[in-house]
Design a protein around this ligand. Sequence first.
Ligand code: SAM
Length: 242
Amino acid sequence: MSQLQRIAIAPSQLQQQQILLSKEQQHYLVRVLRLHEGDRFIAMDGKGKSWLVQLAGEQAQVLEPISVETELPVTITLIVALPKGNGFDEVVRCCTELGVTSIAPVLSDRALLHPSPQKLERWRRIAAEAAEQSERSFVPTILEPVTFNTGLSSVIDPLSLANSQQYICVARGEFPHLRDCLHYKEQETIVIATGPEGGWTKQEIENAIAVGFQPVSLGRRILRAVTAPVVALSLITAACEV
Ligand code: SAM
């Protein structure tokens, strides 16, 4: 299956073994990928199901379900203070490739960006494209931007704290390295937070610690706000990939 192109579909597009393709998907398959009538590709619903399908006009005929085993055995939620410019696009793309489950963009006290509503649509599109490219079976959820404190409480489920590890990356200070704190346990949830260009405020770090986050280091160098989430995700995948 490795050479076949992949597209993400909405679960509602699948009806009685037929996938009703949107105009954009038809354009992408026929004009961009140059597929012809009868050509095969993989459709995935972004929620764990994938099918081998065949192009048939404005539809795709489902041939058979296929099993895709590229997901990590843990759930990873990334809380990211929105970086300036289009930096968050790169965070979404790279962290999707690395296996993140959901991303919560937050407006921290020192955040430089206050996004327009169109941004959320764009980030979700980028996540779907990156999931297709990296052959994942899940498309990460991109949550609506909220304030840091709201983000902290919305991603933390007090009932499941026992099965969860929560870390906040802090650029300066004597904190243990994330690598030395991570302990792999199947089905566990890992929540990781990275800050903005100006760093977290003291109050934000205290608020995170108060709800169970452990401050951690990503090494001795100061990483850019766009680099830090990618490094954190890489360390988590290295610890948890089986
Ligand atoms: N302006 C801040 C300073 O000088 O202390 C640095 C902020 S850094 C550019 C952006 C974010 O990346 C930080 O808030 C932190 O979450 C993360 N980060 C960068 N380097 C890190 C490191 N070595 N260890 C832990 N977190 C780091």
